[in-house]
Structure formats: C-alpha cells, structure tokens
Design a protein around this ligand. Structure first.
Ligand SMILES: Nc1ncnc2c1ncn2[C@@H]1O[C@H](COP(=O)(O)OP(=O)(O)OP(=O)(O)O)[C@@H](O)[C@H]1O
Ligand SMILES: [Mg+2]
Length: 279
C-alpha cells in the first residue's frame, strides 16, 4: 500500500535530487522520484535492495512507495528537478521513499562520523554484511550509510537501553551498476570510505552469518521483492529485470570468490589483517 505525500520539507543533497517529504502515515521519507536525473531503474534497485537487506538482517531504513497526487504537486509549485539549466516538474504517481529514522526536527542524522565515534557504533558488524551484499549485487558505488543515536539494549539487560550511535545502510541505487543492470566486478567497489570498519577482518568466516545467508538466499524472497515493484517504474523492462535477477541468483555461488578477491586486493588499505580464506 502506498503512502500519500502531505508536506514537502526540503531538498536533500545528492545526484538523484531526493526530497524529504512527510507522508500521511506520520513518517518522513527521503523520496527519489521516478523521473530523477539518474534513471528510473535506480528506484527498482533501491526497492529490491531494501527487501534483500531486511531479509539479511542488515540495518537499513524502512521503505515505502510515496504517492504524489496532482493536488500535492499543485500545492508545491516550487518542487522541481534541476537538469542543467532546465527545471523539470516532478511526475505524479508512486516514487521511492526511504524512511527518515525519526522526527527530522528532533533527530540529528549524520552522513559521516569521525573515527573516534565510528569505533563506538553499536551495530558496526553491519558494515561487513553490507560489504558481502555489495559484492553480490556488484554495487558500483562506495558504501554509504547514515548515523543517528538510538536506544540500544545490550544482551541480557532489560529496560530502555542506552543511547548509542547506530548506522543504517542507504543509497543502494547503484547496485547492478545502476541503470545498466549488469554485474561488473571490481575489487575497489562497495568499500566504505573509512577502512577502520574492516580492520577486524582476518578470513572469510568473519563475514558470517551474512555470507551463508547470501549463499543460500531464497528465490522466493527475490520473487516477492520483484512483485512489489510498481509496473509504472518498469515500462518495457520486465524481461530485463527477470534476466537480471536470474543472474543475481546464479551469482550466489561466486560470493566467496568475490570476497576473497576483494579482500586480497584491498589488503594493504582496508583489510590489513586478511590472511586468506581461513579454510
Ligand atoms: N532514510 C534516510 N534517512 C535520512 N537521511 C537519508 C535517508 N536516505 C538517504 N538520506 C540522505 O539523503 C541524502 C541523499 O541520499 P542518497 O545518497 O541516497 O541520494 P543520491 O542522490 O543517490 O546520492 P549520490 O549523489 O550519493 O548518488 C544523503 O545525504 C543521505 O544520507
Ligand atoms: Mg548517495
């Protein structure tokens, strides 16, 4: 079920020219539009990645289809996309929304943390899960995340928990080489720009449990995710998407090789403690 856009808040940074919009479910979403300057397929990539990451239990925002009605667009005549020196109106219909993790007036969300805080992120092993995911899906971008403070419960202790920084994976638009929908394997792709998040890695087993979850990724999860993609985002692309996902499933058996190759090659910079597969 899509949510309806009800208040435009502000434009976000970035090449897709996303906008922060409040919807009628009470949440705010960073919305990438169907006619964004990158490509319509970016939305398909984002939506599929969201389903897959949730299945894999790698932290990522909730997502929604955000519907922009004619009356919302009329009420926000300033909303447009900038293509060179042209102003292009945003299309009505369903767009991709990545949920802001709280009230944007109260919760500070950061694109970057200094290393001293990065080392204290509660769910920092998620960077390792995301690395496996980015290799599997041939993400052509570096890894991007957001950080914010949330109440985290540690192990056995009951109660509200402690406020700590958590990270959440965003910007999956360039998996499958973005609009090209192909798998180009480069060991430099998919890395987070702060190598310290990988410094604990010595062997393939350090990428568990995500490695096994991706090696045995269920076809049904892929089929279900595919069914969620609005037909209005696909146009003539249905057959191409099916082929892409067939190849993605075939790549499950290459994941170990992709990780070993990437870690071996980036050993100096990102994986200084890498000793090989460990098997
Ligand atoms: N769910 C979210 N909650 C809060 N901020 C978000 C969320 N999703 C994305 N952002 C922020 O919105 C901005 C744009 O997001 P994103 O990087 O996905 O867009 P982009 O246009 O594809 O960027 P790029 O130019 O890096 O390709 C970034 O600053 C990002 O951190
Ligand atoms: Mg980005």
């Amino acid at each position: 079920m899509p949510v309806q856009a009800r208040r435009l808040i502000r434009k976000m940074r970035g090449g897709a020219q996303a906008h922060l919009i409040e919807a009628d479910d009470g949440h705010c979403y960073v919305v990438k539009f169907k006619n964004n300057p990158q490509h319509r397929r970016i939305l398909v990539n984002e939506l599929l990645a969201s389903s897959f990451l949730h299945y894999l239990q790698i932290t990522t925002p909730e997502t929604a289809l955000v519907e922009l009605s004619p009356s919302f667009l009329e009420g926000n005549p300033g909303l447009h996309l900038q293509l060179g020196n042209r102003k292009v109106p945003v299309e009505q219909g369903r767009h991709f929304g990545s949920r802001f993790p709280g009230d944007p007036d109260r919760l500070a969300v950061f694109d970057f943390l200094p290393d001293v805080l990065l080392s204290q992120v509660a769910n920092s092993p998620d960077f390792l899960g995301a690395f496996v995911f980015d290799k599997w899906t041939a993400n052509a971008d570096g890894r991007q995340t957001i950080f914010f403070r949330a109440s985290v419960r540690d192990g056995e202790s009951a109660g509200a928990g402690q406020a700590r920084f958590v990270t959440s994976m965003v910007d999956q638009g360039y998996i499958f080489d973005g609009p090209k929908w192909r798998f180009i394997d480069s060991h430099l792709q998919g890395l987070y720009h702060r190598p310290m998040v990988y410094h604990s890695v010595t062997c393939l087993d350090d990428f568990q449990p995500w490695l096994d979850r991706m090696r045995h990724f269920p076809e049904e999860v892929v089929d279900q995710a595919c069914k969620q993609v609005p037909r209005e985002w696909l146009g003539e692309d249905e057959a191409a998407l099916e082929q892409l996902l067939t190849r993605l499933l075939e790549r499950r058996k290459r994941i170990e090789y992709l990780i070993e190759d990437a870690c071996g090659n980036a050993r100096g910079a990102s994986f200084p403690n890498w000793t090989g597969s460990g098997r």
